[in-house]
Design a protein around this ligand. Structure first.
Ligand SMILES: Cc1cc2nc3c(=O)[nH]c(=O)nc-3n(C[C@H](O)[C@H](O)[C@H](O)COP(=O)(O)O)c2cc1C
Length: 359
């Protein structure tokens, strides 16, 4: 990863954003602007991911990455009753939208093994992993193909484990980040540490190149990150409203509704903690969702789809980081350009302070 990160013209990585926002067009545009784009492999079958890789290659010759979710084994006997209780709560709302709850698959592994096979048969420059550390044989096989490996971490323990497992770089996700927190244990309560705090603490356990993210929306933040020793920044929310993003019309409308004023971390939509803009769905269900990912995600999927088709953004997941109000429409290249550091800031110690990321 050192080589790829070092060859970047711009220190900006466009975060993989599964569920729609990431498109081949977005990945290609970010690469053309000198950044690093990532296809989001989460939720896709291997065939669908293969199509997106092919489409991206049709658009660009610049290297790009692919992101995969690391699956965890589910404990049906332990969690079935809690899931049933949550489903009973959701059902009434689902009916109002004319939707049924999704069916449950306790063996869902997000097609992980098939997608790894695809990436071994047809390698890409870099693969990043979220929600955990992939098995050793996967890391070894990808390395043997020349693929560099990034593992997303949310605390120093995860950073140490990822470094020991053979990652080439770590992606440090601060608490301000939009979308799912990449805690390696789905049931863990995520910390509230900013990337600035985590950068300092993870640096003390690993000398690997560190990509940082979570609430980064301005050039000043990127300059601070680079000055603090980050190899690059990973931004998702800043790209959500760009022309090339596949963000749904309903989500675009919700993210632009200034009467929605809070971003919160919730398990309500998927069972895993994830940050999004607080809407009616979160208000109604946040207190009740069991920590059973991806089963809760399976249940709510048709409900979210029905709401999105109706343009009802009160019932879709408006995943976004704390800086969402600064997201703007326009070309993705303009976002890369606006974030790229143009000067070095005064050297300073990385803050050891609390939850908020630097503005
Ligand atoms: C809509 C959305 C979807 C996301 N999907 C993924 C994903 O599929 N894989 C992943 O590793 N991270 C995902 N993330 C998290 C990003 O990798 C990154 O941590 C986050 O965007 C950084 O914070 P920011 O959104 O404030 O820039 C997603 C973020 C958002 C906003």
């Amino acid at each position: 990863m050192t080589s790829l990160l070092q060859s970047l013209e711009r220190r900006v990585v466009a975060a993989p954003m599964a569920g729609g926002p990431t498109t081949p067009e977005l990945v290609a545009a970010v690469g053309a602007a000198g950044g690093l784009g990532f296809l989001a492999g989460g939720y896709l079958t291997a065939d669908a991911l293969a199509d997106r890789i092919a489409d991206t290659r049709d658009l660009t010759a610049v290297p790009f990455g692919v992101n995969l979710f690391v699956p965890a084994d589910l404990d049906r006997d332990r969690d079935r009753a809690a899931v049933q209780e949550y489903a009973d709560r959701l059902r009434f709302g689902a009916r109002r939208l004319g939707a049924k709850l999704g069916s449950i698959d306790w063996h869902d592994r997000d097609h992980f093994e098939d997608k790894v096979t695809l990436l071994l048969d047809d390698p890409v420059a870099v693969v990043s992993f979220t929600f955990g550390i992939p098995p050793k044989h996967v890391i070894e096989a990808l390395h043997a193909c020349g693929t560099e490996i990034v593992i997303t971490v949310t605390d120093p323990d995860e950073a140490l484990a990822a470094a020991r497992a053979g990652a080439d770089a770590l992606c440090i996700q601060g608490a301000a980040a939009g979308g799912h927190r990449s805690t390696h244990d789905a049931a863990a309560i995520p910390n509230e540490d900013s990337w600035t705090e985590l950068l300092r603490r993870c640096r003390s356990v690993s000398a690997l190149p560190l990509i940082v993210g979570g609430g980064i929306m301005t050039r000043a933040q990127v300059e601070f990150a680079v000055q603090s020793g980050a190899a690059a920044v990973q931004c998702g929310t800043a790209f959500l409203l760009t022309d090339e993003a596949g963000t749904s019309a309903a989500a675009r409308a919700g993210l632009s509704d200034r009467t929605l004023t809070q971003s919160v971390v919730t398990r309500a939509f998927s069972g895993r903690p994830a940050r999004g803009v607080r809407n009616e769905f979160i208000e109604q269900f946040d207190d009740f969702a069991p920590p059973v990912y991806p089963v809760v995600d399976q249940l709510t999927k048709p409900v979210r789809a029905a709401a999105a088709a109706d343009g009802n953004y009160q019932w879709v997941s408006l995943w976004a980081g704390t800086g969402w109000e600064a997201a703007r429409p326009g070309p993705a290249a303009a976002v890369v350009e606006a974030l790229h550091p143009t000067r070095l800031v005064r050297p300073q110690a990385v803050s050891s302070g609390g939850g908020a990321d630097l503005d």
